[in-house]
Ligand binder design. Structure first.
Ligand code: ADP
Ligand code: MG
Length: 312
């Protein structure tokens, strides 16, 4: 099966939208953004062995490839619309591609996002997406809007994916719910939409809470204090020792939850507005720089590492 057969296989299964004037099949796509909206664009690539274990199922790779990009749109408060898909594949394997598309398109249909083009080449397994969405002009959630006195919040639970990865590396038995949190993260798209007009700043937790909250602090020129004991943990994480659990929650990464800041007066409104997604208050924005994590006794806690960075 050649490059064009693979592309045909994608086109045959991809659903489209009314605002796609011209989708897969020409030299480029033609898209019609709705009048009066701003276009939000993001790109993320997953490489085998770097962003997912080599043995990950094709379906899960497909899901995660789109999920990490939807998570970036969510962190901006954007409504997903379109994406491109760049595949670097070691060989032409229609069965692998079908599995990949199963996971990718299942998540795509949940969020009404259409594949409008892409690129298909031979090389080490690497999956790239550019995702596009819409936001009301000037209303996107950004990293630079945090104010001293803001509450710091996080959606869902932290640390599950890091726990799963660690267990995999250690060859330990792995809880299925933890494994699913690593392989099939839930992008908080709806939560991000609901935070427009409420949150002052927002980021998605991909590299680890301390590292990502640190980006909000740097861009907003403020500091942050968070309580280790306040970090939300899933039931599946409870069976690990507090020391391991807290390191994964604060610095593990791959959570794809949203971390956001908002004025204290909005506490009740935020708790009520999230449409079934749990939100937890974990600390406050303060004057100064950087993120301080405090243990139950109020002592500063330093993680074994703050978060994932490439080239280190
Ligand atoms: P060109 O050589 O002009 O870049 P390609 O042969 O790369 O064209 O692609 C042909 C068409 O198929 C284009 O519309 C492109 O966007 C689409 N396409 C290629 N690869 C993919 C893919 N992995 N997913 C979706 N569309 C793809
Ligand atoms: Mg091309």
């Amino acid at each position: 099966m050649g490059e064009f057969d693979l592309i045909d296989r994608i086109r045959a299964r991809a659903t489209t939208r009314d605002d796609v004037v011209l989708g897969i099949g020409d030299d480029a796509a033609i898209l019609e953004p709705p009048p009066g909206k701003q276009l939000v664009v993001t790109a993320d690539t997953l490489n085998a062995g770097v962003h997912f274990p080599e043995a990950t199922r094709a379906e899960d790779i497909g899901w995660k490839t789109l999920a990490v990009n939807l998570s970036d749109l969510a962190a901006m408060g954007a409504q997903p619309a379109w994406c491109t898909l760049s595949l670097s594949l070691p060989g032409s394997d229609p069965k692998w591609l079908d599995g990949f598309l199963d996971g990718f398109l299942e998540l795509a249909s949940r969020h009404g996002i259409a594949i409008v083009g892409g690129d298909t080449t031979r090389g080490p397994l690497s999956l790239g997406v550019t995702a596009m969405g819409f936001v009301e002009p000037g209303r996107a959630l950004r990293r630079d809007g945090a104010r001293v006195g803001d509450d710091i919040w996080v959606t869902g639970a932290l640390g599950d994916a890091a726990a799963a990865l660690q267990s995999l590396f250690a060859g330990a038995a792995l809880d299925r719910t933890l494994r699913a949190r690593l392989d099939r993260p839930t992008p908080r798209v709806e939560a991000g939409r609901r935070l427009v007009g409420l949150a002052n700043a927002c980021i998605d937790v991909s590299d680890g809470l301390l590292a990502d909250l640190g980006h909000i602090c740097a861009r907003s020129n403020v500091g942050a204090e968070i309580g280790l004991d306040a970090l939300p943990a899933s039931p599946a994480l409870q069976r690990f020792s507090p020391a391991m659990r807290q390191a994964w929650q604060a610095a593990g990464g791959d959570d794809y939850e949203l971390c956001f800041t908002a004025r204290q007066e909005l506490r009740d409104e935020i708790a009520a507005a999230m449409g079934g997604v749990a939100v937890t208050r974990i600390g406050s924005i303060v004057t100064g720089q950087g993120v301080r994590a405090l243990d139950a006794d109020g002592n500063e806690w330093r993680p074994p590492r703050t978060g994932y960075t490439h080239f280190e």
